[in-house]
Design a protein around this ligand. Structure first.
Ligand code: GDP
Ligand code: IMO
Ligand code: MG
Length: 420
């Protein structure tokens, strides 16, 4: 059986931490989409680890970690990541498996990403500039290169063809670049990756399921960044929702069991795009500082705002969430009042439905104010010992959503997790 762990907001909900906490009960962790635009943070034994492409089960030696076909892989980033986790005691040579059908991010994909963003000017998406969108475009356009191609004798020829196409694009953008330095690192990393288990992952995973193994499908980004249902065009280029698990790993829908949906007790977003409950003010600045809301991949400051129930309900519906997990409630400690948005006013009408475009319509969030709590939540071990005002806040969320919040994360460390 496969259980899914994914984000219900705009990414950075704490997926890495939660996967790491759940992994002891599982045999396999498999990433199903996204690429090194992701930054998943794990903390244990006083050490912090950030993963971009490698699944978050890598530090558990019993756990098989699969980079699925739905993921896009930058060999240069992946090599660096492998070296980093190896230095921290993981043994990816033993427990990392890579799908031969995962697409490759080429150095020119990154350049095209940069050129395209520069060309958009003030309308830019705020991409992580990791080449994600151009790589998925080539996949859908049937021009892409896949991991399995690196084993073929004419790989260089295939590579040159795609690169010629990209160079023509870069010329049209009038974009200046020097490819030579990037290319040597790329081919060196390709050779390095040949040492790892490059597999037919759809057969591999289905065989594991048949043998009764327990699998986590680890999502990247968040539901509101989904290519179909996110705040388009300010989204990423893959399906971040549960539906993406089937195509991103090659498993049938009836193999999916639980869906763990993670939300922060407030909201954050990196890059451009609509954010109805954003606090672009001193309060938001405080949340950013206390919550250390800076991108795990790019270091960019994250925009911050209040919990938004209309989008949360939408995400829960799209993903078929069965188990809710709330993170970072410890960050809200010390606030006198905590607003929660439970509806929007759009054109004079109150609604909790997400409109076609969050960008064009003027949305006025409607808030309910809750009494805040104080003290250090991160040392609390049981739900009953959490402040009463916190429990009131959670009860309201649960009532609105119609699901219980089964796990409350109260700090970045593995140990700072309350399971009800
Ligand atoms: P991901 O992309 O969803 O894996 O999340 P990120 O790692 O990008 O961002 C989440 C950040 O919050 C990381 O720095 C985590 O270490 C941290 N974090 C996760 N859960 C908690 C929590 O409950 N409390 C606090 N204070 N930090 C948390
Ligand atoms: P994790 O897995 C937060 C955002 C970018 C940008 C938009 C498109 O750590 O939650 P892309 O590089 O995908 O073309 O950028 O999506 N974005 C993320 N924001 N967390 C992420 O991943 C993100 N991955 C992409 O900031 O707005
Ligand atoms: Mg992140």
């Amino acid at each position: 059986m496969i259980d899914v762990v994914l984000g219900l907001q705009w990414g950075d909900e704490g997926k890495g931490k939660i996967v790491d906490v759940l992994t002891p009960k599982y045999d396999v962790v498999a990433r199903f989409q996204g690429g090194p635009n992701a930054g998943h943070t794990l903390e244990f034994n006083g050490q912090k680890h950030v993963l971009n492409t490698i699944p978050s089960g890598i530090f558990h030696s019993h756990c098989i970690n699969i980079i699925g076909n739905g993921v896009v892989i930058d060999p240069v980033t992946l090599k660096k990541e492998i070296e980093k986790v190896t230095a921290s005691g993981a043994v990816p040579l033993n427990n990392l498996y890579i799908s031969q059908k995962a697409h490759l991010i080429l150095p020119t994909h990154r350049l095209v990403d940069a050129a395209s963003e520069a060309n958009k000017g003030e309308h830019k998406i705020g991409s992580t500039l990791r080449g994600i969108s151009p790589t998925y475009q080539d996949k859908i356009g049937r021009n892409g290169l896949r991991v399995g191609d690196i084993l073929s004798s004419n790989f260089k020829q295939k590579y040159n063809q795609v690169v010629a196409f990209h160079c023509a694009m870069l010329d049209r953008f009038n974009f200046k670049y020097d490819l030579s330095e990037h290319e040597s690192a790329f081919f060196e990393s390709i050779e390095f990756l040949k040492n790892f288990k490059i597999i037919n992952s759809e057969y591999f995973i289905n065989e594991l399921i048949k043998n009764g193994k327990k699998i986590i499908a680890e999502g990247a980004q968040g539901t509101l960044l989904d290519i179909d249902f996110g705040t388009y065009p300010f989204v990423t280029s893959s399906n971040t929702i549960t539906g993406g698990v089937c195509s991103g790993l090659g498993v049938a829908p009836q193999k999916i069991n639980k869906v763990f949906g993670i939300f922060k007790a407030y909201c954050t977003r990196v890059g451009s795009g609509p954010f109805p409950t954003e606090q672009d003010n001193e309060m938001g600045e405080n949340l950013r500082k206390i919550g250390n809301e800076f991108g795990a991949t790019t270091g960019r400051p994250r925009r911050t705002g209040w919990l938004d129930l209309p989008t949360l309900k939408y995400s829960i519906m799209l993903n078929g969430v069965t188990d809710l997990i709330c993170t970072k409630s410890d960050i809200l400690s010390g606030l006198e009042t905590i607003p929660v948005c439970d509806a929007y006013e759009i054109n004079g009408k109150i609604t909790s439905e997400i409109p076609f475009s969050l960008t064009d319509d003027k949305i006025i969030p409607q808030y309910k104010n809750f009494n805040g709590w104080s003290g250090d939540l991160s040392i609390i071990k049981s739900y009953e010992n959490l402040p009463e005002t916190f429990q009131q806040y959670m009860s309201f969320v649960e009532e609105q959503i119609g699901l219980k919040v089964g796990v409350i994360s109260v700090g970045p460390d593995r140990e700072q997790t309350i399971i009800r």
